[in-house]
Design a protein around this ligand. Structure first.
Ligand code: SAH
Length: 268
């Protein structure tokens, strides 16, 4: 079973890059995402100092191992699967994928094949003949201005390739209360609300229906049912105690704005 993209079989190919800084930034992005093979084809300037400055110390090994070629055809010769990246949406002949869908597709392909992901020069991108080398094309979705910085495009693709390998975190599933636990809680609540005259004894179901609906949305856990039942029990105890003591009990803090007259529920 595949758990993700086989990153050892992925190479990033920069075709005719103009700026050494973009090569360095691309190397850094690759390092962040665990991809190490960088192929550079016919760079306009290959100034290692300028490349390294942007690669930072962490990605120096990626820079040191850059493989240089003078033509794209030679660079792509050993690859079984070639992906082209393009900001342009014009080419209707080949289906355009998103980075996330590409990554999913590459999970099985990269397990058994060397895969090249080709990026074009900063000014004009990949030409149609260059795109015709590709088995599939990918476009990073954007707002109206679709052309990303070369190294940032490398980052987004590399991130998606990395992410495709991360298993989704297991959702924590709490133990929800059973009907066996819920029904006595509602029974207890009905009894209490009738006895404290919040709802009328002749038609308690009308109000209980609303309360049930609200509480059902919460998906109560067993422990929460115990809390509600505990509150009911305690209110019951307190009302009974005040009654038998012949006292009114503690009155609410006036700052809370709660009056002590009976109101019952109101329709809203
Ligand atoms: N004007 C060029 C953009 C060049 S940007 C064009 O229209 O294609 C340099 C490279 O970065 C592109 O060749 C491509 O490899 C990559 N890139 C930039 N924006 C992209 C996007 N939205 N989707 C996919 N790749 C993109």
């Amino acid at each position: 079973m595949h758990t993700g993209v086989t990153k050892e079989n992925i190479s990033i190919v920069l075709n005719r890059p103009r700026f050494p800084e973009n090569i360095g930034s691309a190397a850094r992005a690759m390092k962040n995402m665990g991809i190490s093979d960088l192929v550079v084809v016919a760079p306009e300037i290959f100034d290692k100092g300028r490349v390294k400055a942007l690669a930072t110390h962490a990605a120096l090994d990626v820079v040191e191992n850059i493989r240089l070629f003078d033509t794209l055809a030679k660079a792509l010769a050993p690859f079984s699967y070639v992906v082209g990246t393009t900001a342009r949406l014009g080419d209707k002949r080949q289906a355009l994928s998103t980075p996330a869908r590409l990554a999913e597709k590459l999970v099985p392909i990269s397990a058994a094949n060397r895969v090249a992901i080709v990026f074009g020069p900063e000014d004009r991108g990949l030409t149609n003949p260059e795109l015709s080398y590709c088995h599939s094309l990918v476009t990073i979705p954007t707002a109206d201005f679709s052309s990303l910085n070369l190294a940032q495009a490398v980052m987004i693709i590399s991130y998606e390739l990395f992410r495709a390998g991360i298993p989704a975190p297991k959702e924590f599933a709490p133990r929800l209360a059973t009907r066996f636990e819920l029904d006595p809680m509602y029974g207890q609540l009905t009894d209490l609300l009738v006895r404290i005259s919040y709802i009328q004894p002749d038609n308690p179901d009308h109000w209980m229906h609303k309360i049930r609906k609200a509480l059902s949305r919460v998906s109560l856990k067993a422990a929460e049912v115990s809390i509600i039942r505990g509150i009911c029990r305690q209110v019951n105890w307190y009302a009974k105690k005040c009654y038998s003591d012949g006292r009114k009990g503690l009155l609410p803090d006036p700052a809370l704005g709660i009056d002590n007259d009976f109101h019952g529920p109101t329709e809203s």
